[in-house]
Design a protein around this ligand. Sequence first.
Ligand SMILES: [Fe+2]
Length: 190
Amino acid sequence: MDNKSLIISSATDLRLTHYPTIPVDEMKTGGTSRIAPHTDFSPITLLFQDSTGGLEIEDRNSPKDNTFVPLPPTDTTEMIVNVGDTLTRWTNGKITGGIHQVTTPESMKGESGLVIPPRMSMAYLFKAERNTSVGPLPKFVANEPARYPEITAFEFQQWKNSIVYNMEEEEHARAFDRFIETPKAIKLQA
Ligand SMILES: [Fe+2]
């Protein structure tokens, strides 16, 4: 496979996201979040955020599951490079995408009666061409078994969407029975 053909520029998204104001107390209930924990579908996401804060990434060194550390904004020109699922699969897990979320900014945690200001982010999500395989590239499985099946980027996107939009379990199994892996955390792309 010609690596130059893996990504096509016309299939990428430039996504501007506005998070409306929300009371801190509402976030504490757990019934609402800005963006739930997830990994991005894309090979790579380039992300810019404003100064509001609240972006967090999973701490892989923590012995406990669901431990996140803040990625506080330093300045609005800072660009965060986020590895997504497709690169994880192409590299057979050598480079692993980070689970991230957007929640209450660190400075407002523990507070009550405050309102979290609106937040803006801008994400450039590269995407694999839809007929490209998102199975491991040959060089990453020369000396070890493939951890991911050969499916197209389009099939993978459908599979992830089915999880995001809560396809019934039976229907999911019927549609995707050859997709042998179980996602750890797949919700929404930010
Ligand atoms: Fe994301």
